[in-house]
Design a protein around this ligand. Structure first.
Ligand SMILES: [Zn+2]
Ligand SMILES: [Zn+2]
Length: 269
């Protein structure tokens, strides 16, 4: 059975100390057959450590060495791009000069502050904050500067894992129209969504919530990937099998892998 983990950070990201080789060893020991490194690039981020272009040359060298040393696991070179409208053109220019297997587009910052930072809550109640977050996701999908340069929208519902409220569940029913607009546009543009398992321990569910995955399928969505968003070895491959079950229950018969930004579809039946 194919078990992909398509969202892994290493020391090439500002918020991880994991060496790429540690991630590979952890992936192999948890039965992962296919791993994709997705280091952070959030140009315009208010935290300077995120506001930088990753060292692509060193990443490339490290991956090619690991591919030789661990030929039994497929190792992809990806990136997780944080959406900030002011820097979308600059982000596109960086991406256009690189070759990736897989590119994730994420919304981390809303109105200038990363949802992860407690100050991002400001005086907003859950409804207001989640709505602003989703509006920003919609903007990211609609931003024509970036359409050519990414493959999947990452962790829809990211704000839910930031734990600013007592109840952090983020289902489809909260904003059905907004979710429909986002998902329809993703499909229309030939993009996909990622099922991110890092929400399970923090929001209580994968991101996006299973009800949103079901709706994506109903609307005709086909491209769907899975990632743990691991920043530490113990999280590499976490809940990937559970995510496959959730995707199957939502009506999918296949999940998606990427190589050179070309999708392939693998049966999960
Ligand atoms: Zn992210
Ligand atoms: Zn991530």
């Amino acid at each position: 059975m194919v078990l992909p983990d398509y969202h892994v950070h290493t020391a090439y990201s500002p918020d991880s100390k994991m060496e790429p080789e540690e991630a590979i060893i952890a992936a192999i020991s948890s039965g992962i057959s296919e791993i994709c490194f997705t280091e952070h690039m959030d140009l315009g981020h208010h935290m300077e450590s995120f506001n930088r272009v990753p060292d692509f040359e060193r990443i490339e060298n490290s991956i090619s060495q690991l591919r030789k040393k661990y030929p039994k696991i497929n190792i992809g070179k990806g990136i997780e791009v944080g959406y900030i409208s002011d820097t979308a053109k600059q982000t596109a220019a960086v991406l256009s000069g690189q070759n990736f297997d897989y590119v994730l587009l994420s919304t981390h910052c809303v109105d200038g502050i990363d949802c992860y930072v407690p100050e991002s809550k400001r005086d907003r109640d859950k409804f207001t904050a989640y709505k602003r977050y989703l509006e920003t996701v919609y903007d990211s999908v609609m931003d024509d500067n970036l359409t050519k340069y990414y493959d999947c929208i990452s962790h829809i519902g990211y704000i839910a894992k930031c734990n600013h409220y007592e109840d952090n569940v983020f289902p489809y029913q909260l904003f059905p129209e907004l979710f429909d607009e986002i998902l329809s546009e993703v499909i229309k543009r030939g993009k996909g969504i990622e099922v991110n398992t890092s929400g399970i321990n923090r929001a209580g569910h994968v991101l996006p919530h299973p009800s949103i995955i079901r709706r994506y399928r109903e609307l005709g969505g086909r491209i769907i990937t899975i990632g743990s968003d691991a920043h530490k070895p113990q999280n590499v491959g976490a809940y990937i099998k559970d995510a496959i079950d959730i995707i199957a229950q939502a009506g999918f018969q296949e999940i998606t892998l990427f190589k050179n930004r070309e999708p392939s579809f693998i049966s999960i039946l």
